[in-house]
Write a protein that binds this ligand. Structure first.
Ligand code: KG4
Ligand code: ZN
Length: 343
C-alpha cells in the first residue's frame, strides 16, 4: 500500500484516469471532483472500421501502442508535474479483457512508480458520474438513462455509490441496435453517428417500426426492431436509406424517452440525466430536453465528449471511490463481466 494512501481526498486531489475497455485509449487528469485539467481520447475507429466492428485482438494491440503516448499527453496538457498526481484510476470492467488489462496494468505500474494509490473503476459507474462532472449539484434521487454499445439501463442514483436498477434491455443494447442496423444498411462503423447523420435527410414517419414494450414497465427490447428493419428493407429494396434510418432512430428514441419519463415519474425524481455513447444522439438529446421541459423536471445532458467513452469520467468516479472507499488493492484484476454495484 502506498505511503500517500492516507492523504485526505479533497478539492486539491489530482487523479489520473485511464480508460481502455473497448476501442478508445483515453487518459485524463482531474483536479478535485470536477476540474478537468486534460482529457485525451485516441479513437481506434479507423483500425476497426473495415471489419465492421471492434476486433478484440486489434484493440488490445492498439491500446499497447497508444497507452504511453496518451497518458504522457494527458499529463503534459494538464500542465502539472508527475509528482503532483495523487492517485491513478483505471477501468477494471466491464469490457474486453485484453483491452482492459492494458489500462489496468499501466495504471498499477504508474501507481507503484509514483507511490500513489491505485483505484479500480467500474466503467458503468463512470458513465453515471459523467453527469456529476459538469453538474456536481444534481438533485438526488437522479434517474440516469445509460445507453451505450453494451448496455441500456435506467438507474436511480440515490447517493454516491448507491444505485438501484429500474429497468434494462432484455436483449440488444440500444447502441448495439444502432451499430447492427447501420451495418445492414451499409453505413459503416460506428453505426450510431452514421445513422444520426443520414437520418437528418429522412422522414421519421415514413415507416412505422415497432416500439417493443412501449406500454409496459421499464425494460427495453431492441432485437425485434432490428429484425423489422431487415425485413422491411428486404421487402422494399428501393426504400430510401435515409427514411429507414430516420424511422428506426425515431422508434428507438420514442421508447427511450417514454421509459425514462416513466421511471422518473414512478420515483418522483426531480432530475433526469443521460449517459453513455448513444446519449450523443441528436434526436435523443432534443426529445429528452423537450420531455423534461414538459414535465417540469430538470433534464441534464452531459456534453457529447463526456457521453462517449473518455477518461475524465473514469477520473471522477475514481476520485469519489477513493474518498468513500480508499485505494484498491494492487491484486484487483480486470473483470470483463463486472456489473454495476446495486443496492
Ligand atoms: O459508451 P460508448 O462510447 O461505449 C460503450 O461503453 O459501449 O458507446 C458506444 C455506442 C456505439 O454503439 C455507438 O454507435 C453509439 O454509442 N453512439 C451513438 C452516437 N454516437 C455514439 N448512437 C446514436 N447516435 C449517436 N450520435
Ligand atoms: Zn462506455
Amino acid at each position: 500500500m502506498s505511503r500517500r494512501a492516507a492523504r485526505p481526498v479533497g478539492d486539491d486531489t489530482v487523479v489520473l484516469g485511464i480508460e481502455t475497455s473497448c476501442d478508445e485509449t483515453a487518459a485524463a487528469v482531474l483536479l478535485g471532483p470536477s476540474d478537468v485539467l486534460s482529457s485525451v481520447v485516441s479513437s481506434q475507429i479507423d483500425r476497426h472500421a473495415r471489419f465492421g466492428g471492434v476486433v478484440p485482438e486489434i484493440a488490445s494491440r492498439a491500446h499497447i501502442e497508444l497507452i504511453t503516448p496518451v497518458v504522457a499527453q494527458a499529463v503534459i496538457e494538464a500542465g502539472i508535474e508527475d509528482g503532483r498526481i495523487d492517485a491513478v484510476a483505471a477501468t477494471v470492467g466491464p469490457g474486453l479483457i485484453g483491452a482492459l488489462l492494458v489500462g489496468v496494468s499501466a495504471a498499477k505500474a504508474l501507481a507503484l512508480a509514483w507511490d500513489v494509490p491505485f483505484v479500480a473503476v467500474n466503467h458503468l459507474e463512470a458513465h453515471l458520474y459523467a453527469a456529476f462532472l459538469e453538474e456536481p449539484d444534481l438533485e438526488l434521487p437522479l434517474v440516469v438513462l445509460l445507453v451505450s454499445g453494451g448496455h441500456t439501463m435506467l438507474v436511480a442514483v440515490e447517493g454516491h455509490g448507491r444505485y438501484r436498477l429500474l429497468g434494462q434491455t432484455v436483449d440488444d443494447a440500444a447502441g448495439e441496435a444502432f451499430d447492427k442496423v447501420a451495418r445492414f444498411l451499409g453505413l459503416g462503423y460506428p453505426g450510431g453517428p452514421a445513422i444520426d447523420r443520414v437520418a437528418r435527410d429522412g422522414d421519421p414517419a415514413a415507416i412505422a417500426f415497432p416500439r417493443a414494450l412501449l406500454h409496459e414497465g421499464l425494460d427495453f427490447s431492441f432485437s425485434g426492431l432490428k429484425t423489422a428493419v431487415v425485413n422491411h428493407v428486404r421487402a422494399h429494396p428501393d426504400v430510401s436509406t435515409a427514411d429507414v434510418a430516420a424511422s428506426f432512430q425515431e422508434a428507438v428514441v420514442d421508447v427511450l424517452v417514454t421509459k425514462a419519463r416513466r421511471a422518473a415519474d414512478g420515483l418522483g425524481a426531480r432530475a433526469l440525466a443521460l449517459g453513455g455513447g448513444v446519449a450523443a444522439n441528436s434526436l435523443l438529446r432534443d426529445r429528452f430536453l423537450d420531455a423534461c421541459a414538459q414535465d417540469g423536471r430538470r433534464g441534464f445532458l452531459p456534453s457529447r465528449a463526456l457521453c462517449t467513452d473518455n477518461a475524465a469520467m473514469i477520473a471522477v468516479a475514481g476520485w469519489h471511490r477513493l474518498r468513500e472507499h480508499g485505494p484498491s488493492p494492487l491484486d484487483v484484476g480486470a473483470d470483463p463481466n463486472l456489473r454495476l454495484p446495486l443496492l
